[in-house]
Design a protein around this ligand. Structure first.
Ligand SMILES: C=C(O[C@@H]1C=C(C(=O)O)C=C[C@H]1O)C(=O)O
Ligand SMILES: [Mg+2]
Length: 461
């Protein structure tokens, strides 16, 4: 591939012999199902795959195999560590296609200071990967990049990688016809329901005593299946059922963390940044009349409006600090997705001072939509009262390239699948006038997308 590749930074001859180079060769292929491509990697790359699709389906990303992983165990400094390592790794990118950049995909845990043990014990505080085989589908074009990192070009390795790429591609075209059966659930439990209900009462009291303004409390729901469930199967269900959401999936060892989130944390495209304030919730109606009535009820409800406003204030301040100009509407709109309606305020602006997407993610996380106000006090309250460790749930998940473009969603409406067991997560914003029963019911609505995808029982479907 030597003669086709050109270095994006400086002259290759200037680089020291020991410098690592990022070799990336891209081919454009005919329209390809991203799910089939993901599935094609099952035999060889299970545990080393990722999947991402944005809500309007203009950008899809699939990774098979790890060309490189970046992990961090740091509490403070994990965002910076990922940022620095990625910059170093992509200092010398050699590519034949300037417009398809190497991508890093992964996520952060919600709270590295949480010490509760459980299903997340293995997972580092930050886990990111650059894929050996990276599929990007955008504007109707499908590109597969074959990536490896080495001190110098390795023609033998590259040839082997290309052979495998062609096999994966052929397998993908056959796998497009696969039909996926819903998993069969044999057990469904709410392991910490009582503890959750008590915690809502305690946290509401504490807020009434002005120890905090808002705290988001979550809980889990556990499903067990007749047989191990494949990652590709749950992605297939999400692609069918959860349009208008970020669809994401990240394999780590024997686990698969996946979800369908409506919530953008941050997107950066050519130094322009976008975020979204999403907080305040009500179910969908069974008829359009009922749906409209519920929407109006949500819109005019002081409890939900206050939950929402804390998020607007905080994200608005972040944009004020980081942008030369930005826009934030003065009133929220309603965001309607399959099972739920939310109050929604979009925010966008021109970045100044060259803030990186990871710096913005660090500043924004956790917004009061998932943490609370004041932030530090809310985190302490969550650690003390929430009956679990969130792991990657409610935290930033997404991608960035080597040119500071990228996008992170907030990993809600999500679950951790481990062979024939899944942990589903949902929470809600607690303010002074919250009540345990209505918060519990709100989490039931938020569990629905994952329960549906995994073949669980929904009372009205
Ligand atoms: C915490 C979750 O969702 C968040 C909490 C919301 C609320 O309390 O109204 C709404 C949207 C999300 O920001 C979740 O889905 O688990
Ligand atoms: Mg709420």
């Amino acid at each position: 591939m030597n003669h086709q590749l050109s270095s994006t930074i400086g002259d290759q001859k200037d680089t020291e012999k020991t410098t690592l180079q990022f070799f990336s060769e891209t081919i454009e292929v005919s329209t390809l199902s991203p799910l089939a491509f993901f599935h094609a990697g099952e035999e060889e790359f299970t545990g080393q795959r990722f999947f991402w699709q944005n809500p309007d389906q203009t950008f899809t990303l699939v990774g098979l195999g790890h060309a490189h992983i970046i992990e961090s165990g740091l509490n403070e400094g994990r965002f910076e560590e990922v940022d620095q390592q990625w910059k170093k790794l992509t200092q010398h990118v050699l590519t034949n296609e300037e417009n398809v950049r190497p991508v890093l995909f992964g996520g952060f845990t919600f709270d590295p200071a949480n010490t509760q043990t459980g299903e997340w014990d293995d997972v580092p505080e930050a886990f990111f990967a650059a894929a050996t085989y990276q599929l990007i589908i955008r504007n109707g074009h499908s590109y597969i990049s074959t990536n490896y990192i080495a001190e110098r070009e390795d023609a033998g390795l590259f040839q082997k990688l290309c052979k495998k790429r062609d096999e994966l591609l052929r397998a993908s075209y056959t796998l497009e016809k696969v039909e996926y059966d819903k998993p069969i659930v044999v057990e469904s439990t709410e392991p910490n329901k009582a503890a959750y209900l008590t915690s809502i009462e305690q946290v509401t009291n504490l807020i009434q005593k002005k120890e905090a303004d808002k705290v988001v409390i979550a809980r889990s729901h556990v499903l067990k299946f007749q047989e191990p469930v494949a990652s590709a199967n749950v992605l297939a269900q999400l692609m069918n059922e959860q349009q208008n959401s970020y669809l994401f999936g990240l394999e780590y060892k024997n686990s698969f963390f996946f979800g369908a989130s409506p919530e953008r944390l941050v997107k950066v495209q050519d130094a322009y940044a976008y975020s979204s304030c999403i907080a305040g919730s009500i179910k969908r109606g069974r008829t359009s009349d009922e749906d409209e009535r519920l929407g109006l009820e949500l819109y005019n409800d002081t409890k939900n409006r206050s939950e929402h406003q804390y998020v607007v204030d905080m994200i608005g301040k972040t944009f004020k600090d980081n942008c030369s100009s930005y826009t934030i509407p003065s009133q929220p709109e309603l965001l309607k997705i399959r099972d739920i309606q939310h109050l929604f305020t979009p925010v966008e602006g021109h970045l100044k001072n060259g803030a990186t997407i990871l710096q913005l993610a660090k500043t924004l996380h956790p917004t009061p939509a998932l943490g609370g106000v004041p932030r530090m006090r809310a985190m302490e309250v969550i650690r003390q009262y929430e009956p679990m460790n969130r792991g990657l749930y409610a935290a930033p998940i997404g991608w960035l390239d080597d040119r500071n473009n990228g996008e992170f969603a907030v990993a809600i409406r999500s679950a951790l699948l481990n062979s024939s067991k899944a942990f589903l997560y949902a929470g809600g914003g607690i303010v002074a006038d919250s009540t345990p029963q209505s918060e519990y019911e709100e989490t039931l609505v938020k569990f629905r997308p994952m329960v549906r995808a995994l073949g669980g029982q929904l009372d009205d479907e």
